[in-house]
Design a protein around this ligand. Structure first.
Ligand code: G3I
Length: 386
């Protein structure tokens, strides 16, 4: 059952890529006999990377590159517990090209250099997204002062130049991120609107982005990535219909990422079923941004701590962590599981959902939480059952 997952994880060490940049990793055909997954020396046997590697699963983390550079404890955890890294922000269009035509590859290159040094794969995040767009393109992801043709040209340039620049170094690209509204309609983004104004189907920008990315880096696995695909909903059904349409048009899409930003208040989703939904279309699937937020104690100064409000909520949080990893392990095509950050101090959650927090595996001082041990137990049980 684990064969194809092992093949993919094992075949893709960036260190291997450095000497063999044309390694075949396009899904779904895997022919070469790869080395065992992530047996490199810096991952201790009890690390998430090693244990997941025994199951053929890549275990990743979203990295804050400032912390990686400046905080030794953060760097130690990010480089020794995880077998892949995702740039939390530095590969997004806005941070990379704040001034039109002046592209800052530096922070992303530093992250990739760290990944190579530490035998980690890289998930590229993200080529086309309506959020964190550069102000010169669109201050809010919808409005623009450019003409529709200029928007399309800028998007083609962004996809082609970025994928070309990092060619051979990216395992999986989130090519298009969050293209749907909750009701399953396409988001009217600056990209969608430009295509419509050009007389094209608005959503054709998605197919174009995948084609341009594939032309630039034919060996990268190309993913569609979104949140709230974990529950069966109009949104996940729309994403499924889109994938079918792309496949029918021979668009090079290889995977779907379910982000996995869960909250205890909404109950646990039918995650396995919705991972399997995309696997059944012949695609790889991944949990790309897992964090699990819950209600936390006020700090007495109008803000909040990361102390979970009740023992019951803590127990629910731990059960959710367990459930996400078990769902991924139960679906053969689920090849990677990524957590959206290391410690609570750097989590995006409190800024967006005041009163919620404790969403990650390490606390604000980077001490392991019960959630971390829960995931290790899941991996240990799965290894025993192999
Ligand atoms: O770097 C600037 C800094 O110069 C400035 O002073 C400061 C003032 O606000 O902002 C800093 O940028 C912030 C950036 O994170 C880096 O810290 C942005 O304001 C802030 O919006 C940005 O938030 C990120 C968010 O995406 C943007 O939408 C979060 O860190 C990041 O975790 C979050 O990640 C997203 C995924 O990419 C897609 N899926 C959802 C997920 C959570 O929202």
């Amino acid at each position: 059952m684990r064969t194809s997952r092992s093949l993919i994880a094992g075949a893709l060490s960036l260190a291997t890529l450095a000497v063999a940049p044309t390694a075949a990793w396009a899904a779904p055909v895997q022919t070469a006999t790869p080395p065992p997954a992530h047996e490199s020396h810096q991952f201790s046997r009890s690390s998430l990377a090693s244990m997941a590697g025994e199951l053929g699963l890549t275990f990743g983390v979203a990295v804050n590159t400032d912390e990686l550079e400046n905080d030794r404890k953060y760097r130690h955890l990010a480089t020794t517990q995880f077998s892949s890294v995702t740039a939390e922000n530095v590969m997004k269009w806005g941070p990379m090209e704040p001034v039109r035509g002046e592209i800052d590859y530096g922070p992303a290159e530093a992250l990739i250099a760290s990944a190579v040094e530490n035998d980690q794969l890289v998930r590229g995040h993200t080529l086309v997204w309506h959020s964190q767009t550069p102000a010169w393109l669109s201050p809010d992801g919808t409005e623009t002062t450019l003409t529709p043709q200029q928007v399309r040209d800028a998007m083609q340039k962004r996809v082609t130049e970025t994928a070309t620049h990092f060619k051979g170094q990216i395992w999986q690209w989130d090519v298009v991120n969050e293209a749907f509204n909750e009701d399953g309609t396409y988001r009217r983004t600056v990209f969608y609107n430009a295509y419509e104004a050009l007389g094209l189907p608005g959503h054709q920008y998605i197919a174009d982005a995948f084609r341009w990315a594939h032309a630039a880096d034919p060996d990268a696995l190309l993913f569609y990535n979104d949140y709230n695909l974990e529950f069966t909903s109009p949104k996940v059904l729309a994403a499924e219909a889109m994938v079918k349409e792309l496949l029918a048009q021979d668009v090079p899409i290889h995977g779907v990422g379910l982000q996995g930003h869960l909250a205890t208040q909404y109950g646990f989703p039918n995650l396995q079923e919705n991972l399997q939904r995309f696997a059944d279309l012949g695609l790889e699937v991944a949990l790309t941004e897992v964090d699990i937020r819950t209600f936390v104690q006020p700090d007495g100064n109008g803000g909040f701590t990361h102390e979970v409000l009740t023992p019951e909520l803590q127990a629910t949080t731990e059960a959710f962590w367990r459930g996400t990893l078990e769902a991924c392990l139960a679906v053969e095509a689920c090849n990677s599981y990524t957590v959206w950050g290391v410690g609570d101090a750097n989590s995006w959650v409190p800024g967006v959902f005041p009163g919620e927090g404790s969403a990650l595996l390490w606390d604000e001082r980077l001490n392991k939480k019960a959630q971390f041990h829960e995931l290790r137990d899941v991996l240990r049980d799965a290894i025993r059952q192999q």
